[in-house]
Design a protein around this ligand. Sequence first.
Ligand SMILES: *Cc1c(COP(=O)(O)O)cnc(C)c1O
Length: 455
Amino acid sequence: MEKLLFRSTNHQAPLASFREVLLRGQAPDYGLYVPVSFPVLTPEEMASFSSASYANIATVVLRKFLQGEMEEQVLEKIAGESYNFDVPLIEVENGLYLLRLDRGPTASFKDFAARMMARLMHYFAARENRRLTVLVATSGDTGGAVAAAFYGLENVSVVVLFPEQEVTSRQRRQMTTLGRNILAVAVRGKFDDCQALVKQAFNDPKLAGLNLTSANSINFGRLLPQAVYYFYAWSRVAGDGVVFSVPSGNFGNLCGGVLARKMGLPVRRFVVAVNENDEFPRFLKTGHYQPVVPSRQCSSNAMNVGHPSNLARLVDWYGGWLTDERDEQGRVLRQGCLKKPPDMEKMRADFLSFSISEAEVDETITSVYRRYGLVLEPHGAVAFRAAQKADLSGPLVVLETADPAKFPEKIRALLGLDPPLPPALLGLEDRPEVYETIPAEYSRLVSLLQRFSSP
Ligand SMILES: *Cc1c(COP(=O)(O)O)cnc(C)c1O
């Protein structure tokens, strides 16, 4: 079988294979990798989904991209290990569904991408007898999901940097109570400092021997597994022309859906639900792109993104070119320059986008509980409210991306109840924490990386 190849959205990087794309993350020209062409599922493959397990559907979707890279039996085994938890699809009322993507080991939808990506990286590292070091900066949930996904996998170490004062104690414990191949590092600084340290490390030739790789949402290996739950939901809700409402931050989730559509899934429309960071609905309306700087702080904190990193991919897929302007050292001078506009008419036909205020989030959590007895958390509430505003005829699937128990104060204040802790979050308080603390200085990160990565 011919291998599928990938190009960069910045048009200046050589074509790459899936393996290279997965291990490299970002393209060398700072662009995002996208497939040169999109494989399409056959009608027989699509028809088989209604009686297939989640893991089976994942195998069929992913093998389109992994042909020539991995044997199907290996992929099947990896999919079975990655997706060993429930994916409930609740019919809220006639034609309106809630897809709960919060049942994984860290109670966040990031588990779907992280668990598959971890196993794919582990497979390629082991096959080549290489050791990899995954370096990731987190403002909260990504760190826990990535750490849990890689925990115990040989040949791969994970170093996760988090801002000492900016994560909740529960989020910190999800990273610091694992140990083994996971090193948690508290940085005395802000999330932006963590991200800057990580970027500097990726561009440092002195660290080439460590095989550093990234697990953030620009990696196509994190995007691809997110196409699968769109196929899964479609196979369970009778009827074509399904609409999805997607709570969006960095737009990885949405790009997973658009990828599914390009692979043949009959999606009528996407409702792009954002919080008060409203750059996308404004862009859709006006055709002018202007990031929200600094990003606005909302209760749906994983969506507090004023310049979504995956937007470059989406714009590329609609024939445009969005990129950051950089100097010769690669430092960003200006974010989000639209060098070529995408086909706005086509985008408007495929996407409806709404910015949901904090007051609307609270109102939605309350009214959905009163009306349906269903407890939403802020990210899911943004998507639910946007779906109501879109007012499209069904079937309509709203994605719920986190467990309400991650927002106990908000739920208690609005509904007067304590959402039960899922198994994923039980017992965290009792486990010992181990982590290093460093100032936001690059030399300190380098010595730590060198010590941890060479056992
Ligand atoms: C990351 C995250 C999102 C946003 O997903 P993107 O792929 O960044 O758009 C939404 N909800 C939760 C709970 C998240 O953790």
